[in-house]
Design a protein around this ligand. Structure first.
Ligand SMILES: *Cc1c(COP(=O)(O)O)cnc(C)c1O
Length: 399
């Protein structure tokens, strides 16, 4: 019989060593729960970095996928298909943007936005050729392509991957003075995560997004929100930018856009920005394929029908409050919005990873982020009783 150890050693032997996962081998998931190959049940408090907001194998999404598998899966954009148009219309109606450009991975949608805002900078704003600048924040996470890691501030993401793509200015996250100083006549866009999730669930000071947006308006700079992790209900609203009534010029989504069934991402914008693309200027073989479109349509319907943003808000604010009340000599800070919650462990207590390992032993799957932070981000369909149980276990683990 193949055991967990066999699966782990296969990966050790045959995989690139570009991850350091917890040694848990999963074989099945349903809703907020997953099971490993030994039959042990866990509550999934990572939700694949918020890609499974709708829960594992949501029946409506899996049903849509199965139905589409029996029709057609890939046409390429050389032809039309009968799913992409309805998908983009429904996506635009839900989000209030005029246009959407479908891609696959989140990083591809970020790359798409970078190309769009640079072109907008040259063709609309009038920036001289090849001089466009994009302002970004320290501790950002926008993906792993060569251009995207070019503006990471994390040495782990960059070491020996140069030469890097120029044209990015790094400023501290949450610092409006730095933003104002960084903007020049050549600035095309400000690219920001409304909450830096990978950075350690870092929430900017109140008013930051709204004021940053106003600064962008004032200087004719596009405000681009990377909502790949914060978007689609996670923080208690459809988009985290809504917490400060900001409607970004460009919003980037991915992850939960497919409910974890298939990679689907998109760049959202109005015509003034999106129409910088003409045929041939950008594309993707799989982007907008009918299987992806059918799955994403179902995933969006689930978000709306089950009112998952409201659920995240209600459960999240209760959960955050309960976590804050746990007495612990190890906890430096507890913060969050909706069901994106971080527990920061004091440096003196060591890294967060052993706490995650102990939680996993007790059947709660979390993954540390940036060494010191335990992130709790379960599927938004999680039951309140499950979270009550998490609080009880966390109380003992953090004691
Ligand atoms: C996950 C993530 C990405 C990259 O998405 P991939 O699908 O892994 O390429 C980009 N930005 C943010 C904020 C993310 O959380």
């Amino acid at each position: 019989m193949t055991t967990a150890i066999d699966y782990l050693s296969e990966v050790e032997r045959y995989s690139a060593h570009n991850y350091h996962p917890l040694p848990i081998v999963l074989e099945r998931g349903e809703g907020a729960w997953v099971w490993d190959v030994d039959g042990k049940k866990y509550l999934d408090c990572l939700a694949a970095y918020s890609a499974v907001n709708q829960g594992h194998r949501h029946p409506a999404i899996v049903g849509a996928a199965k139905a589409q598998l029996d029709r057609i899966t890939l046409t390429s954009r050389a032809f039309h298909n009968d799913q992409m148009g309805p998908f983009l219309r429904e996506l635009c109606e839900l989000t209030g943007y005029e246009r959407a450009l479908p891609m696959n991975a989140g990083a591809e949608a970020v790359e798409t936005a970078i190309k769009a805002v640079r072109r907008w900078g040259y063709r609309v704003k009038g920036i001289p050729a090849n001089q466009a600048e994009i302002v970004v924040c320290r501790d950002n996470f926008h993906g792993r392509t060569t251009t995207i890691v070019s503006f990471s501030s994390d040495p782990l993401y960059q070491a020996d991957f140069g030469p890097f793509t120029p044209g990015f200015t790094l400023i501290p996250f949450g610092d409006l003075t730095a933003l104002e100083r960084a903007i020049t006549p050549h600035t095309a866009a400000f690219l920001v995560e409304p909450i830096q999730c990978e950075g350690g669930v870092l929430i900017p000071p109140a008013g930051y997004l709204a004021k940053a947006y106003a600064l962008c308006r004032q200087h004719n700079v596009l405000f681009v929100a990377d909502e790949i992790q914060t978007g689609l209900g996670r923080t208690g609203k459809l988009f985290a930018s809504e917490w400060e009534d900001v409607r970004p010029d460009v919003t980037i989504i991915g992850k939960a856009l497919s409910g974890g069934v298939y990679p689907v991402s998109a760049m959202l914008a109005d015509r003034a920005v999106m129409d910088v693309f003409e045929p041939g200027s950008h594309g993707s073989t799989f982007g907008g394929n009918p299987l992806a479109a059918a799955i994403a349509r179902a995933a969006l319907r689930v978000l709306v029908d089950e009112d998952l943003p409201a659920r995240a808000q209600e459960l999240g604010s209760w959960f955050l409050g309960a976590l804050k009340q746990i007495p612990s000599p190890h906890v430096k800070d507890v913060r969050g919005r909706g069901l994106m919650v971080g527990v920061e462990i004091k440096k003196a207590s060591g890294p967060a990873r052993p706490f995650c390992e102990e939680l996993a032993r007790r059947g709660i799957l979390c993954k540390e982020t940036h060494d010191q932070v335990i992130r709790f981000a379960p599927p938004l369909v999680v039951e309140r009783e499950a979270l009550e149980w998490v609080i009880g276990e966390a109380r003992e683990v953090l004691a």
